[in-house]
Design a protein around this ligand. Structure first.
Ligand code: SAM
Length: 257
């Protein structure tokens, strides 16, 4: 391993540690280093180590992919560099690690899955590229496989960053206002832990191009505002995502810790 793959951060024992294995390590810091996620790292709530899989290739040209057996288009990421990178990452922290392979063939990501991951001490995210990763090393790692939607991206880097952002905003103290995550779409709320879409939001001016803010929001009656918001959440969910209201919806499963 070269000095380049030394962890970025990872200096706060007790905080959530996220290892990312990728062949494009440089694209993470500009995104993760800013806004809420960057501030959460500065506050010591999370730390990440972005590791270049290429640094673990045991061949002269740091080759990490090869042609697929059986023929066909594209290249396949090889077992050895990934397995060695996984073992190295695991050795960096003695807390149990939850490995996640970002893949369009994984379970569709939901807020309930994000809540589960946010409760873990360590995550190891594996980002694929090309046609994907040799199945034998996936079978050996036995990661949880997660998709960010039914579409195909060129690599697992953007999915990994989506997942990190969604996880970090749930860490206690990551958001300015304590309730702001619990009011968001898909967050469990109320006695039944309903996962509804969020209500519409408005800010100044009160009238914009002839369009007025709903009167209840300027009434000063907090009870009425809360009732109105809940009605709006229910109406939006019924209209846009009725599947969320089905009692046996998987999206309503409580998080497992
Ligand atoms: N041949 C694969 C297939 O059809 O399932 C697609 C490979 S894709 C071009 C390359 C990499 O991008 C994958 O290994 C995965 O890491 C990542 N990726 C692409 N789409 C994704 C998605 N919807 N969710 C999570 N990861 C995705």
């Amino acid at each position: 391993m070269s000095a380049q793959s030394a962890p970025v951060g990872a200096n706060h024992p007790g905080s959530l540690r996220i290892d990312v294995l990728t062949i494009f390590p440089d694209i993470f810091e500009p995104v993760l280093g800013s806004s809420i996620v960057g501030r959460a790292r500065s506050a010591g709530l999370v730390d990440w180590a972005i590791t270049d899989i290429r640094d673990f290739a045991d061949n002269k040209h740091q080759k990490v992919d090869d042609r697929p057996f059986g023929g066909g288009p594209g290249m396949v990421m090889m077992c050895q560099p990934i397995w060695d990178a996984v073992q190295w990452a695991q050795s960096q922290d003695e807390r149990p690690v939850t490995a996640v392979h970002l893949t369009p063939q994984g379970e569709p990501c939901t807020q309930a899955i994000i809540e589960e991951l946010a409760a873990k001490p360590r995550l190891l995210l594996l980002a694929g590229h090309y046609e994907g990763i040799d199945q034998r090393v996936i079978d050996r790692i036995e990661p949880r496989e997660i998709s960010i939607g039914d579409f195909v991206l060129s690599g697992g880097e953007l999915p990994a960053m989506c997942l990190i952002d969604a996880v970090v905003r749930l860490l206690p103290g990551a958001l300015g206002h304590e309730d702001s995550a619990s009011e968001d779409s898909f967050s469990p709320m109320g006695e039944g832990d309903e996962r509804l879409l969020d209500c519409p939001h408005y800010t100044r001016p009160r009238v914009w191009e002839g369009r007025e803010v709903p009167g209840v929001l300027t009434s000063g009656d907090h009870g009425k505002v809360a009732d109105w918001r809940h009605e709006q959440k229910l109406a939006r969910t019924k209209d846009r995502r009725p599947d969320l209201l089905e009692p046996d919806s998987l999206k309503n499963d409580p998080p497992q810790t």
